[in-house]
Design a protein around this ligand. Structure first.
Ligand code: TXA
Ligand code: MG
Length: 336
């Protein structure tokens, strides 16, 4: 199979929608990261997603809709808190877990009796879902374990020969995956942090918890709320090590540890001693979210053996960046 990349024109979105209706998998841009899109209600189409990614079958897929009316048949109920969150943050980078109806196959929900629902804001994603006429299951469009793709080229690099078509909707504005929320009455548990931050959720309710799996390593044996958290994630080939401390201590550590294949991921170029190869990933959480996965892929292309990354803040969008970087680093962090 050869994989085509097509611009997100109406004609090309129609072609993509036809493929989805036929049970195929298509690379779809969203505002967070690119997704591998298929008909969420068709078990054999959904199986093709798992095959293309090499993803374990017990890791559930998020179901994407193009308007809120599409949600009702997919779930047993839409809790009042979900409605409030939807009003505030949809369309946008937020996934809400709800009790699933029988319409959603077990293949899609990874055997769980819940389903994560997301209403993306990216124009091409919404149009593709609308033209397909079905809810769309879409995990991030990377090979399982690799950094998530934020451009059509990243998707091509991982999926060439595995899917027929990628729709090119440009570089993803957000750059990290959606915030995933579990609700219980008036309390919210953040299973995966994203651009919709804890601080913003606190404007809706005082009762916001961050799941332990967000900042800690969970073992395979432990029962985890979000199955994706037990798998190795976002790993470039290089050994990533997070250095937590001041600019000065970062610069000193790096200058004492230069060697062949050692590269840096600082906030800005001036953090790094002259002559050390680096890709800066920005100062604000938003900027870092936008650049993180692209930087991680770039280090592989440059043949980095070790990457010393500066430690992002845990505030706002920073928490999402920190969560992804911790996993890319296999939780290796040095406090300077
Ligand atoms: O931004 C996003 O969410 C992207 C774009 C394509 O929409 N999608 C995405 O999907 O990141 P994926 O499959 O790569 O990550 C979904 C995460 C996984 O960690 C999964 O375990 C968790 O959400 N998840 C999905 N459904 C769940 C459920 N019913 N209960 C608990 N966790 C769930
Ligand atoms: Mg993923």
């Amino acid at each position: 199979m050869t994989t085509k990349i097509l611009e997100a024109t109406e004609q090309n979105l129609l072609t993509a929608a036809e493929l989805i209706k036929k049970g195929e998998v298509v690379g779809m841009p969203t505002e967070t990261v690119y997704g591998l899109a298929a008909n969420a209600l068709d078990p054999s189409a959904v199986k093709k997603i798992f095959e293309a990614k090499g993803r374990p079958m017990d890791n559930p897929l998020i179901v994407h809709v193009s308007d809120t009316e599409m949600i009702r048949p997919l779930v047993k109920e839409i809790p009042p808190l979900a409605q409030e969150l939807a009003k505030r943050f949809w369309p946008g980078p937020l996934t809400i877990i709800m009790p699933k109806s029988d319409l959603v196959p077990m293949e899609t929900s990874g055997g769980l009796d819940t389903v994560g629902i997301r209403f993306p804001s990216h124009k091409a994603a919404r149009e593709l879902i609308r033209l397909s006429g079905v809810p769309i299951a879409a995990p991030s469009a990377n090979l399982s374990g690799s950094p998530s793709p934020t451009t059509a080229q990243h998707v091509f690099d991982d999926m060439n020969g595995r899917i027929p078509l990628i729709i090119d909707g440009g570089a993803c504005a957000v750059g990290v995956e959606s915030s995933v929320l579990l609700l219980n009455g008036d309390s919210i548990t953040v299973l995966r942090p994203g651009m919709i931050s804890v601080e913003e959720l606190l404007e809706i309710t005082d009762n916001v918890k961050v799941d332990k799996g967000v900042l800690e390593m969970v073992s395979n044996a432990e029962k985890v709320m979000s199955p994706g958290m037990k798998y190795k994630h976002y790993s470039p080939k290089a050994d990533v090590i997070i250095l937590s401390g001041s600019t000065q201590s970062y610069r000193r550590y790096v200058s004492e540890h230069t060697a062949d294949g050692v590269m840096c991921m600082p906030f800005e170029k001036s953090d790094v001693p002259d002559g050390v190869k680096c890709i800066p990933f920005g100062k604000s959480g938003e900027e870092q979210a936008h650049l993180l996965f692209d930087c991680l892929r770039e280090f592989d292309k440059l043949g980095a053996k070790t990457v010393y990354a500066r430690c992002p803040s845990r505030n706002g969008a920073g928490l999402a960046v920190y969560n992804r970087l911790l996993r890319a680093a296999g939780f290796k962090i040095i406090f300077l």
